[in-house]
Write a protein that binds this ligand. Sequence first.
Ligand code: SAH
Length: 466
Amino acid sequence: MGELNTFPLSYKVEGQRIVIIGGGEEALNKARLVTKTTALVVIISRHISSDFPGLSIERVERAFVPADLDSTALVFVAETGVDAELAKSEARRRGIPLNVVDVPAECDFFTPSFIERAPITIAVSSEGDAPVLARLLRARIEADLPPRVGTLARLAGSLRERVEALIPSNAARRRFYETLVTSPEIDTALSRSTADGRRVALGLLDTHATEATGQGFVHLIGAGPGAEDLLTLRAQRLLQEADVIVHDQLVPNVVVEMGRRDAQRICVGKSKGSHSISQHQINHLLVTLAREGKRVARLKSGDPLIFGRAGEELAALRREGIPHAVVPGITAALAAAADTATPVTLRNVASGFLVATAHGADDSEVAHWAAIAGQGLTLGIYMGKSVAADVAARLIAAGMSAATPVGVVVNAGRPNRSLHFGQLGELSAGISDIAPGPALILIGEAVAAGDWSAATALAERTSQVA
Ligand code: SAH
């Protein structure tokens, strides 16, 4: 049998009230403690003499009424008299834990001496026997505490879901957390900024995830439209950590070069027309590399989940039990929109935005887009360069107005971009020879709201062709 008459616990008060009956010095002392929480602290007394300097509290200067204890987590009584008696019996009736200042016999709980470095709390209690000793011990512990212990704890908490997803075994997870909370690198990074600390911690997590599973890890990474500064910070970090970079033809060299100098680089081609390596072979390659324990960066242009055949690669990784994650990127249509400041959704003009591929689209699909665009949605058409004339003709045949605004951006998001603007009817002349590079076609009324002042007119091409 133990010897404690109280049990220390961390009691949830978030979203609730903490009520203090009393308006003097003792009420102020308790208020100082409980305002360290997010609870609403309410001071109730007929005479509030303290002005509770710097504390965020609600003052209620009147007699206590039972409804004051609605939604209340804790009650402190720091005065005597009829209000105090009424509050005590109401708290007991409702089963709300009660502390009566300086009357241990009437207390359900005591307030320990504590150190707060949210979310870390360290409490020292003497069950009311020796508060001065408890305060002294608290001061000694405080002196030993690392300065950023609270930030570190929040960081660990924010990683929890990821850690669970990436490190299946309990023991390995514990090893990760042990390293995390003792790593001098993370402490140094946190001293610079929370974001820096998080970045270093994510790197540590990847390393542990790789070791924990004995196999590699595949990141499907969006490289953005092709400019190196349109890459996300996460993509950049993962590229630098990768042992192998497996990239598409469309990802420019400047981005592929951002990986470690000694990382292996594999181009899996798929430039239009030359199917150097099949999708099946790519899936197989990713699985094989990961099985060898490699950290694989599967770099795709734009966003990996948009027309990037990520679905097939993910299915293969899932089927083979290879740990993996997706990092989003800026997709070509949004890079094209940004280049021309085109609001792809626009109040009262375009209520939505549809991304579609022209490649292999059949008549019923094109008719479907036409219907949608006619109802005020902007279309972002990928892989449409060589078939633009055909797509335009079919959209018009399906009922779209030949006067619908059209913008074409070749090499969106890159320094060598070229802009072209006109109407759907003019697109019928085709754009396959418009400029070298990938092209994105925006169609819809909202396109006219963009800034296409630097664009060449599609109409000029029509007249040249005619
Ligand atoms: N996952 C990519 C799309 C790959 S499909 C993304 O999210 O952007 C390839 C098509 O994307 C190309 O045919 C072209 O239509 C478009 N595209 C890719 N990069 C582009 C760029 N920089 N400028 C214009 N279009 C681009």
